[in-house]
Design a binder for this molecule. Structure first.
Ligand code: TRP
Length: 332
């Protein structure tokens, strides 16, 4: 039996280098492993927990699909689909709402952070981890590759699954585990290197985006906040340099010791040029593929991928939801 892998990304614009190194690049590695069967979806239902402009959202959803493919996700090897195409996600979410406590949702750090930035907090934002649990539990996922920031959501998904199983019937839900890559899991903001690099940072210099030009990447890295020591050394006391070393290491596969050795006689200027160049070289083939797929002649191809993905996902989700409905006592 192959292990089941599932993950999703919200369609909130162009992905960052952090999303690529911490998540997508990992997805691409996993898809090559025959021990795993992978599903990757676009978490469009999650995205409306914060305000979205409909036309922009439609563009963002399509763009994430193209970014998935441009980064190397292969629709022949994985199931790729949109969450809203499989209605069981929302339906299971409702069931799981009734195995989840207000108290545990109010402790979610992502909720606390995001709700601080808004006046009218949506119930959906509060409830988001329950929908995420539904996404995962519908497909009996063994492993969920996510960034470090999603660890807490994985824990609550396990708690919800355990609670459902103990209230109703053992073994309805498999308990999922997070799959978090060390080092690359946390690429930080270039402007505030103690904070995660984020798609939604107000300061656009804080994040490198998948589609940034070579010049933009150079400019952002050159402006990255560091310290005044001018010595390329890996240390928790130097969060800016540590972050750039993490990025450089992730795109070149060099160890921290190798990097320290490489730049022992140079200052931050030279180091930053090397980091920016290596990042731009990594992103270049992705950008070429993105531009190719983002043209009218590939419309039908993109559509066919989503249709095929949704059909397959729906077959599985349908059976799981049937089992759950039956377990809770609904009449078929
Ligand atoms: N919450 C995840 C994020 O913001 C996205 C997501 C939604 C997800 N449902 C999921 C990830 C299920 C993994 C599995 O990054």
């Amino acid at each position: 039996m192959k292990k089941q892998i599932l993950s999703g990304i919200q369609p909130s614009g162009i992905l960052t280098l952090g999303n690529y190194l911490g998540a997508l690049r990992n997805f691409v590695k996993i898809q090559e492993d025959d021990n795993y069967e992978c599903k990757f979806f676009i978490a469009d239902l999650h995205s409306i927990t914060v305000p979205q402009e409909p036309e922009q959202l439609r563009k963002n959803i399509k763009s994430i699909l193209i970014q998935y493919l441009a980064c190397g996700l292969d629709p022949e090897k994985n199931t790729i689909f949109m969450q809203s195409h499989v209605h069981e996600h929302a339906e299971l979410g409702w069931i799981l709402n009734n195995c989840t406590y207000m108290g545990e949702l109010s402790r979610m750090t992502q909720y606390k952070d995001k709700s601080k930035k808004q006046d009218n907090i949506r119930v959906g934002l509060f409830d988001y981890p329950v929908l995420m649990a539904a996404d995962i539990l519908l497909y009996d996922a063994d492993y969920v590759p996510v960034g470090e920031d999603q660890r807490q959501h994985l824990e609550i998904a396990r708690d919800i699954a355990k609670r459902f199983n103990s209230i109703y019937k053992d073994d309805v839900f498999k308990l999922p585990k997070p799959l978090i890559t060390e080092n690359t899991a946390r690429i930080m903001s270039l402007q505030e290197p103690t904070k995660k690099m984020s798609k939604s940072d107000d300061n656009k210099d804080a994040s490198i985006f998948l589609l940034d030009s070579r010049d933009e990447i150079m400019r952002k890295v050159k402006r990255a906040v560091t310290d005044s020591e001018n010595c390329v050394k890996y240390s928790d006391d130097k969060p800016g340099i540590k972050n750039l070393m993490n990025i450089y290491s992730a795109v070149t596969d060099k160890s921290y010791t190798e990097i320290e050795e490489e730049f022992k006689d140079s200052g931050y200027g030279q180091f930053k040029t090397a980091v920016a160049t290596a990042v731009a070289d990594t992103l270049e083939p992705i950008q070429e593929k993105y531009n190719k797929l983002n043209s009218p002649e590939y419309e039908d191809y993109l559509k066919s991928i989503c249709e095929k993905g949704a059909k397959h996902a729906h077959e599985i989700a349908k059976n799981k939801l049937k089992e759950v409905y039956d377990t809770v006592g609904f009449i078929a």
